[in-house]
Design a protein around this ligand. Structure first.
Ligand SMILES: [Cu+2]
Length: 289
């Protein structure tokens, strides 16, 4: 037990407390170095949000939807108990034959309408915020394949594919069914526009911590955006049933500082060059024009 007063000195003298403190300090420094957002065992609710959109989604859920859902559920439960007890056969042997009550009919039509309006206003506001894409600093194109994702940085001549890491190949710290062999790398606090399409069937590109989810439709380009305000590794999954290996095409996004991002871009341009000879592209484009 720790005495009041010389709290830390006393705690640090006890070997058990010292181990606990050291473990805590180690864990805290480790998590701050490599923050990652992924589902946790026994987790309830959302993953930690790192974008303003997801903050708004969480606010809408916690402070608008949950109170309304709870109030309606409690009210309906109360009504059920009330009629079961008050109008039970022994207490009420001759039930009323009333079929219409204008006042109640108006009330039970109007109140749900008002509730829907209360939900609709912030909901549409959020929808427009997600839909209107600010001027992008970085553009990434995600292409869904059965069953993996391909990523293109159209302004940088970069293209690579991202496949799930099999259980036997997992490295320490990599989450099962979520880690991928290559990662999308983006800078922190910058607006990232994501163009989403598919090469075969419907998929969906989704990252819970960013509040982003968009369908990948063959022959069409959908777009979304995010601005992550914390460096780290963020995991998502395909969120549209796309076939037998739908559960095995995860998404990994690594958010890094701008300097690290620029370093990565330089490396990626060599490692993942889409067109090895850039002059060829210009030539072909000139030919077409
Ligand atoms: Cu899928």
């Amino acid at each position: 037990m720790c005495r009041k007063g010389n709290y830390f000195r006393f705690c640090y003298k006890s070997p058990a407390m010292r181990t606990i403190l050291q473990t805590l300090i180690f864990y805290m420094s480790f998590t701050s170095l490599l923050y990652s957002s992924e589902p946790k065992n026994w987790q309830l609710g959302f993953q930690e949000s790192v974008t303003s959109i997801m903050n708004d989604v969480v606010f809408m859920h916690d402070y608008i939807l949950m109170p309304i859902i709870t109030a309606i559920s409690v009210f309906v439960l109360f009504l059920l108990f009330y009629v079961c007890i008050k109008f039970r056969e022994s207490k009420n042997p001759n039930p009323s034959k009333t079929t219409h009550n204008t006042f109640i009919e108006i009330v039970w039509t109007l109140i749900p309408c008002l509730i829907l309006i209360v939900i609709a206003i912030p909901s549409f506001k959020l929808l427009y915020k997600q839909d209107i894409i600010p001027k992008a600093d970085v553009t990434v194109k995600a292409i869904g394949y059965q069953w993996y994702w391909g990523y293109e940085y159209p302004d940088q001549n970069i293209y690579f594919e991202s496949l799930m890491v099999e259980d036997k190949d997992l490295k320490p710290g990599q989450p099962r069914l979520l880690a991928t062999d290559t990662e999308v790398v983006v800078p922190v606090n910058k607006i990232v526009k994501v163009l989403i399409t598919s090469n075969d069937v419907l998929h969906a590109w989704a990252i819970p911590a960013f509040g982003v989810k968009r369908d990948a439709v063959p022959g069409r380009i959908n777009e979304t955006w995010f601005k992550a305000d914390k460096e780290g590794v963020y995991y998502g999954q395909c969120s549209e049933l796309c076939g037998i290996k739908h559960a095995f095409m995860p998404i990994t996004v690594r958010v890094v500082s701008e300097e690290k991002y620029l370093e990565w871009i330089e490396l990626a341009k060599k490692k993942y060059a889409k067109y090895p000879d850039k002059s060829l592209i210009t030539y072909n484009m000139k030919e077409k024009n």
